[in-house]
Design a protein around this ligand. Structure first.
Ligand SMILES: C[S@@+](CC[C@H](N)C(=O)[O-])C[C@H]1O[C@@H](n2cnc3c(N)ncnc32)[C@H](O)[C@@H]1O
Length: 262
């Protein structure tokens, strides 16, 4: 992608290493995905995924710095035509309403500042990952997002930039199965990673390190998490089986111990 970066917008300094990271990242995006790019800056990651033609519906970029809008617009205007998906850029705080941004996306990308993810984003990612197992409980709180009335929240949902005229289909019922975390803060990444993999919400499938800052002790991490539903279900099944076996054993023992009637 031919990227434009305004001086007021965030931009990676080591463009060569960032390019390698982007190539690697795109390999983890399943074909036909719907993507949300949180902490998107000028939308470089979202735009690169759109250009890879791996998205069948939409790429939504969410960024707090309004100065990144111009860069996004310019870069988006340089994309090849007919990418087959809608690309939008939203100027808002990703931590204010994270569930709204996660709903409708099969892939969530997060690239937060050095301090890592806001607790509300971690919480939303955990809830989303556990929603299948606790569907009944989670559904009511997850769907509340649709009943939002506050005008400033509703305004933030409207795209500041909308590329491509494809009409977005109803996307409810889709929640991230893949979480891609790009981190420049090793300590905060470790902390966030622990929270994400605790209570079996996500499992860390793979991680790659990139030397974005040669001569320093900093590394850039690209981590891929997948939803843990399969593993959790297996564990539950095994637990149930073990419980059932134990019950049967106790029953058999009791039967043996019973004195027979004469
Ligand atoms: C590490 S940069 C990543 C930018 C982009 N992904 C890239 O590679 O060019 C982090 C971005 O998060 C934005 N940001 C910080 N806090 C945010 C928040 N609460 N909501 C949305 N964006 C935020 C910053 O303005 C910055 O553009």
């Amino acid at each position: 992608v031919d990227i434009c970066l305004d001086p007021y917008s965030f931009g990676q300094a080591n463009t060569l290493s960032f390019n390698s990271l982007l190539h690697k990242l795109i390999k983890y995006v399943p074909r036909g995905s719907t993507v949300v790019d949180l902490y998107s800056g000028a939308g470089v990651i979202g735009l690169a995924i759109a250009a890879s033609r791996k998205c069948s519906r939409s790429v939504r970029c969410v960024e707090i710095n309004k100065m990144s809008k111009l860069s996004f617009e310019k870069s988006a205007s340089r994309l090849p035509p007919n990418l087959g998906c809608t690309i939008t850029w939203h100027n808002t705080d990703a931590s204010a309403e994270p569930i709204h941004w996660l709903e409708g996306s099969s892939v969530a990308i997060v690239d937060p500042p050095r301090k890592g993810l806001h607790p509300s984003v971690i919480n939303a990612l955990q809830r989303v990952a556990l929603s299948e197992r606790k569907a009944f409980k989670a559904k009511s709180s997850l769907t509340k997002v649709k009943d939002e009335k506050r005008p400033w929240i509703l305004r933030a949902r409207e795209p500041a930039v909308h590329v491509d005229s494809t009409i977005m289909e109803e996307s409810s019922g889709i929640w991230p199965e893949t979480l891609i975390y790009i981190s420049c803060g090793w300590d905060s990444f470790k902390k966030d990673c622990k929270s994400l993999i605790s209570n079996e919400a996500w499992h860390l499938e793979n991680a790659h390190a990139f030397n974005f800052f040669p001569g320093t002790d900093s590394i850039e991490v690209l981590a891929i998490f997948r939803r843990d539903s399969g593993i959790a279900q297996k564990k539950t099944k095994t637990k149930t089986k073990t419980k059932a076996k134990a019950k049967a054993k106790t029953k058999a023992k009791k039967k043996k111990a019973k004195p027979s009637k004469v």
